[in-house]
Write a protein of this length. Structure first.
Length: 205
């Protein structure tokens, strides 16, 4: 069995087990695409060039790519729409779900991207904790969020469903690792900033 398919199969087995124990059953996510206006996005909302990133806040490779993605946003943000979607790899990243929900909860108070940045910048300080929820709450406090509202959103079914839906869309699009990028619906595998930049310039032309 190819390693990518095997990895996804293992993750699905783990997720079914989680659901059976009263945890989040991410196999029940809705894979239907939604309007881009409903996504966590930044850049030019009117652009026909759309980059979708499937990412995991606990993934070291995702952390390594973030400076590259941020630089691309600074350079192309007036011409390209950048979309972030959750794809937590639960079988190897036990805090990925909580981190995704922390970003969702912060987003309810208009601070998704600020929490996104804090989670990646400080990844090494929380990724190996048995339970990182208190750390995430500390980030919410640092961002000046209402902690009562943050906690309610973090624990809400809506936050869990949002992550599950992103995950389902990722599976539908063939995502089996993170980070995975799509440019106007086509999977791309840029290995450097220059390569990514050339792909965006070509799409814009």
């Amino acid at each position: 069995m190819p390693l990518g398919i095997l990895a996804v199969t293992i993750v699905l087995i783990v997720l079914v087990a989680m659901g059976a124990k009263g945890g989040v059953d991410y196999t029940r996510g809705n894979a239907t695409e939604q309007p881009l206006s409903a996504e966590w996005s930044r850049g030019n909302a009117e652009s026909k060039v759309v980059v979708i990133e499937y990412s995991d806040f606990q993934c070291p490779a995702c952390r390594a790519y973030e400076p590259l993605v941020n630089q691309l946003y600074k350079e192309f943000g007036d011409r390209v729409l950048f979309v972030y979607r959750h794809f937590p790899l639960f079988s190897i990243h036990p805090n990925a779900d909580g981190a995704a929900r922390a970003a969702e909860a912060a987003g309810q108070q208009g601070k998704f991207w600020e929490m996104h940045d804090l989670l990646f910048v400080n990844q090494s300080s929380w990724s190996k904790l048995v339970n990182a929820e208190s750390v995430f709450t500390g980030y919410a406090e640092k961002l000046g969020l209402s902690l009562d509202a943050y906690t309610a959103a973090f624990e809400s079914a809506e936050a869990r469903q949002s992550v599950a839906d992103d995950y389902a869309r990722g599976l539908k699009m063939g995502v089996n690792s993170t980070p995975t990028f799509f440019l106007n619906g086509s999977k791309i595998r840029p290995s450097s900033y220059d390569e990514f930049r050339l792909l965006l310039e070509a799409a814009l032309r």
